[in-house]
Design a protein around this ligand. Structure first.
Ligand SMILES: [Zn+2]
Length: 328
C-alpha cells in the first residue's frame, strides 16, 4: 500500500527525470544521491553515503552549516550517511523544499569535497551500475553482485525449508499455543475480565514455537496455528471454569465427604446446567482468538514461501535498473 508521500515522491521523480530504484528515488544528477519517503510522516529524506572514516568533525559542521537552509540535516558517522530531511504538511510546500534541497546537492557535495561511495558494497570493485537502498542511504552495487546475493539468500531459505519438519513442529506449536494462552487465562482468572489483546499471544506463541522447532513454513503452518489457537482458547475457558468450580468447593473441603475430586465430579454437571453461559464464554473466547489470529497474521503469514516471493520480486527489480550505467 503506497502512502500519499510515497506517491508524490514518485510523481516528482517522473516529472524531473529521476529514477525509482525499489523504494528509493535516485537523482538524475549528481549520481549517488538517493531520496526516501518517510512512511507515516509528511517527510522526505535526501541521503548520500560516504566512507565512514572520511567524516571529520569539520565535515560534519560544514554539512550542518550548508544543509540547514534546506531542511534538517543529520550525519551518521558509524554508517557514513549524510541526510537532509524535508518536512511540510502541505504537499506543494514539501515538494518545493525537496526541489530546493536536490538542486543544492551538487554544490554541497563539491564544497565539502564529499567522496560518495563508488565501489560495490558486495565485491569492493568499481564500475557499479546501480544502487540499492540500505539503512536509508543509497549503496552502489553491481546489479550482478546484488542478484547473486539475493539468490544466495533465497537458496539459504530453501535449504532451511528442506531441513525442516512437520511432525515435531506441529506438537511444538500446540505447546506454544497452550503457553501463549496463560496470559489470557491470568487476565480472566485474576481480573475476571477478558483482555482481548492477550488472546493475540495464543497464535503468536504457536507460531514462535513452530518456527523454533524448525517447522516447514508453508500454508500448513498458518492452518495448524489457527487450529491449535482455537483449541487452546477453548481449553483455556474450560480450565477457567474448572478452577472456578474448584475454588467454590475448596471452602467446603472440611465438610465430610468432600474431596479434591469432588469438583471434577460436579464439573460436568455444572457445565451442562450452565451451558448457556459456557457457550457465551466460549463464543467470546473464540471471537478474541479470531482477533488474536488477525492481529498476529503478519507474523504468522510471513512464511519462508512469502519471504522467497518477496526476494524474487526484489531480484527482478534489480534487473530492471541494470541498463543504466552510473559514472563516477
Ligand atoms: Zn560487485
Amino acid at each position: 500500500m503506497a502512502s500519499t508521500t510515497n506517491q508524490e515522491l514518485r510523481e516528482w521523480a517522473n516529472q524531473n527525470g529521476h529514477r525509482a530504484v525499489s523504494d528509493m528515488v535516485m537523482l538524475r544528477d549528481p549520481p549517488g544521491v538517493g531520496v526516501f519517503n518517510i512512511a507515516g510522516e509528511k517527510a522526505h529524506i535526501i541521503a548520500v553515503a560516504v566512507r565512514p572514516e572520511s567524516i571529520t568533525k569539520e565535515l560534519k559542521q560544514g554539512f550542518f552549516e550548508l544543509a540547514k537552509t534546506y531542511g534538517s540535516p543529520t550525519v551518521e558517522r558509524k554508517t557514513g550517511v549524510l541526510r537532509i530531511k524535508v518536512t511540510g504538511l502541505h504537499k506543494k510546500k514539501r515538494i518545493e523544499k525537496l526541489d530546493a534541497a536536490s538542486v543544492a546537492m551538487p554544490s554541497i557535495i563539491s564544497q565539502l569535497r564529499l567522496e560518495l561511495l563508488a565501489a560495490c558494497v558486495h565485491c569492493g570493485r568499481g564500475d557499479t551500475d546501480t544502487y540499492i537502498p540500505a539503512y536509508q542511504a543509497p549503496s552502489p552495487v553491481h546489479s550482478t553482485c546484488e542478484q547473486a546475493v539475493i539468490t544466495q539468500m533465497i537458496e539459504e531459505i530453501e535449504e532451511s525449508s528442506l531441513n525442516g519438519n512437520y511432525g515435531t513442529a506441529t506438537v511444538a506449536a500446540l505447546l506454544g499455543a497452550v503457553v501463549g494462552a496463560i496470559p489470557a487465562f491470568i487476565g480472566i482468572y485474576v481480573f475476571d475480565y477478558f483482555v482481548g489483546e492477550l488472546f493475540a499471544i495464543v497464535p503468536l506463541g504457536a507460531a514462535f514455537a513452530y518456527r523454533k522447532a524448525r517447522g516447514i513454513e508453508s500454508r500448513f503452518m498458518t492452518i495448524i496455528i489457527a487450529i491449535w489457537s482455537i483449541i487452546a482458547s477453548v481449553l483455556l475457558m474450560l480450565v477457567n471454569f474448572y478452577v472456578y468450580t474448584f475454588g467454590w468447593w475448596w471452602g467446603m473441603m472440611t465438610l465430610d465427604g468432600v474431596t479434591i475430586v469432588t469438583p471434577l465430579n460436579i464439573f460436568f454437571e455444572l457445565l451442562l446446567s450452565n451451558i448457556e453461559y459456557v457457550i457465551l464464554d466460549m463464543g467470546m473466547a473464540l471471537v478474541f482468538c479470531g482477533l488474536g489470529i488477525s492481529i498476529s497474521w503478519g507474523y504468522m503469514s510471513h512464511t519462508n514461501k512469502a519471504k522467497i516471493k518477496a526476494l524474487q520480486a526484489k531480484r527482478d527489480a534489480v534487473k530492471a535498473a541494470h541498463n543504466e550505467t552510473i559514472n563516477h
